[in-house]
Design a protein around this ligand. Sequence first.
Ligand code: ADP
Ligand code: MG
Length: 473
Amino acid sequence: AWSRVKRRLRAELGEDVFASWFARLELEAVSAGTARLTVPTRFLKSWIESHYLDRVLNTFRSEADEVARIEVSVRGPAAPVRAVAPGAAKPNPTSGPLARLHAAGTPAPAPVAVAEPDSALRGEPGDLNGAPLDGRLTFTSFVVGRSNALAHAAAERVARHEGEGALYNPLYFHAGVGLGKTHLLHGIGHAARDAGRRVIYLTADRFMYGFVNALKTQNALAFKERLRAIDLLILDDVQFIQGKSIQAEFGHTINALIDAGRQVVVASDRPPTELEALDERVRSRLAGGLVVEIGNLDEQLRTSILAARLAAVRASHPNFEVSPTVAAYVAKAITANGRDLEGAVNRLLAHATLTGTAVTLETAETAIRDLVKNREPKRIKIEDIQKLVASRYNVSRSDILSERRTAAVVKPRQIAMYLSKVLTLRSLPEIGRRFGGRDHTTVLHAVRKIEKQIGEDAVLGDEVELLKRMLQD
Ligand code: ADP
Ligand code: MG
C-alpha cells in the first residue's frame, strides 16, 4: 500500500513538489491504526506536518482503511531510528534511569536541525535570512587532525580572505555523516561574519523551502536578488537538492555568485561527480573549484575531540569526572563519527548525574554498549549482492559480470548495480570495476534506470525492497 500511496502523491502533487518533500519520506511501520513515517531532517518533518499532513493521511487511508493517524518523526543517519527532540535528554521524573540513559544517547537530530528552531520556519513567506549559525560550531572548537587538516586550512583561508574575488570557488567539502562538515561550514560562517561580510547559510532543505515559497508568493525574483547580494553563500547537504526547477535554480544561483566573484562553500556526503540528482553542468561547476574530502576520524583525532567535548561539558558540570582510562576506552570503541562521540559523552554524563558516582570503565562500557554495536553499519559486500541477485533471477554470478546483453541478464545486472550503489559506500567507478570492469557511466545509467522503474512499477519496487532486506539482515 505504501508504494501506492507514494505513487498517488507523486501523481497528484507533481514531480517537483513530490521530489522536494516526499521522496525521502519512508514508512517505518503501521501499528494500532497509526502509520509511522520517517524523514531525514526536522525541517522536512515540520514542513510536511504543517502543509501536507491531511493530504498524506487521506491518501493513506484510501489505500489502507485501518490507518487513522499519521506520525512523522526524524530518522537517524543510519538505521531508521526515531530521534528524540533536543529537550528529551532533560531530567524527566517519570522515566527511570535506564530510560533516561537511553534517551541521552539516542542519536541526536543533526546539529543543523538543532540550529534551526521551528520558530525559524515561521518567518515571512520567502524570507531568506538563512538558517542561524550554531554558536558552538566555531573554528575554535574544531579539532584539527590528519583527516581534516586540508579541509580546515581551506576553510580558514576562505573565511579570512580579504580583497577582490574568491579563492577557491566553490569550495566543496565531502565526507560521511558526523565527520565535521557542518561544523566547518558554521565555523566559516562565524569567521566571515565577524569580519563584516554578508553571509547566508542554508541547508538544501531550506534552499528548497525558500525557493518553493518564493514561487508560491510570486517573490521568486526578490528571492534570487536577495541570494545574489551577499559575499558568501554556504550550502549544506546539497545531495538533498532535488526537483527539476529547483535544481535549475540552484545551478543559476551558484553560477551567478561565482561569476560575480562571490564565494560559495558547499558540503555534501559525496563528491560532485556523484550527485546523481543534479544536472551534468551543475555538477561540473561544483567540481570546478576546490574539492576536499574529510576522511574518517582516526583514534588520535577521536581522542582529542572527546577531550575537548569533556572539557566543555565540565564547564557546566564541575563534578563530572572521566578518568583518562575511560576516555581512552571511549575513543577506541566509538569509531564511527563525531556525532556518536557526542552521544557517548551525553550518556556518561547522564550516568554520572543519575547515580552520583564516578564513571568507571565498567559503567562506561554498559552505557555506550549499544552505541558501539548499533552504530557500526553492517558492511554489505558487492560480491554478496551479486550472488543474491543472481540466485533470485536464476542466472549465475559470472553472467552478471559478463558482457552478455540479453534481457534475462541485463535486468539482474542493473538491479545488482543499483543495490551496490545504495547499500555500500563504493563509488560508481569502483562498482563498475567490480562488475567486470565496466565504466562508471554504465553504472550510473543502471542506477538511474532502476530508480525510475521502481517509481513506476510497484512489483519491482517490492522486489528490490525485499532484496535489500535480505542483504541487510
Ligand atoms: P557532518 O555535518 O559531517 O555530518 P557535523 O559537523 O555535524 O558532521 O559533526 C558531528 C558532531 O561531531 C558535531 O557535534 C561536531 O561538533 C563534532 N565534530 C566533528 N568533527 C569535529 C572536529 N574535528 N572537532 C570538533 N568536533 C567535531
Ligand atoms: Mg552536516
